[in-house]
Ligand binder design. Structure first.
Ligand SMILES: Cc1cc2nc3c(=O)[nH]c(=O)nc-3n(C[C@H](O)[C@H](O)[C@H](O)COP(=O)(O)O)c2cc1C
Length: 182
């Protein structure tokens, strides 16, 4: 069956090429509202986002990116997603949900950006320590993800291997590998 959501999920932009053109404030607001509306354990809403759009903040945010994420430096919006253990539930003393819930909110960011014809690419390649230091976050904060947001750019600006990856079809495991019906 085809659905509107599957269309959005299939359309999610895989490219790393992001244009420097600014993102309209109302689009950014919609993206953040999508994160805000996410589900969370006991409705604790443990996600926190540093949204960098001003030159000084962007510079600090870009400095924390790893070398391989050079392409994200052109993005007009850089978001860092973080949380900390005491903001969310721990079930049975072992099941900590703060990072799970942060991830769900981040997925909403990616989907809303896609619907607005924007690229939003998540990244693990950055220094959490640099982010914490640059923005005065305490040591118990877990900075988990950077998200580069912007309009699709020209893949000619990317290094060769990233150009090839941008052209390649997206790969996913077959349903049988990830699902079991009993
Ligand atoms: C937690 C996480 C960390 C990621 N880190 C990076 C990264 O540092 N650099 C990068 O270019 N892509 C990164 N990605 C993007 C993945 O490589 C990408 O989602 C995956 O290859 C599937 O491709 P698609 O999202 O285009 O379908 C990351 C994605 C996730 C969810």
């Amino acid at each position: 069956m085809e659905t509107k959501l599957l269309d959005i999920l299939r359309a999610r932009k895989a490219t790393r090429a992001i244009d420097a053109r600014p993102v309209e404030p109302e689009k950014l607001e919609a993206i953040l509202e999508a994160a805000r509306l996410s589900a969370s354990c006991f409705n604790n809403q443990p996600w926190r986002f540093l949204v960098l759009t001003e030159p000084a903040g962007l510079e600090k945010g870009r400095d924390a990116l790893s070398r391989g994420n050079y392409w994200a430096r052109t993005a007009p919006v850089l978001i860092y997603g973080y949380s900390q253990a005491d903001l969310d539930c721990v079930i049975g003393g072992v099941r900590e949900y703060y990072l799970f819930d942060l991830g769900m909110a981040v997925q909403n960011v990616l989907l809303q950006a896609t619907e607005l014809d924007l690229v939003a690419r998540p990244m693990a390649g950055f220094s959490p320590k640099k982010v914490r230091q640059a923005f005065g976050l305490s040591d118990d904060v877990r900075v988990m993800v950077a998200i580069a947001v912007g309009y699709e750019g020209d893949i000619a600006t990317l290094e060769e291997q990233h150009q090839e990856m941008s052209r390649a079809p997206r790969e996913r495991k077959a349903l049988e590998e990830i699902v079991s019906f009993r």
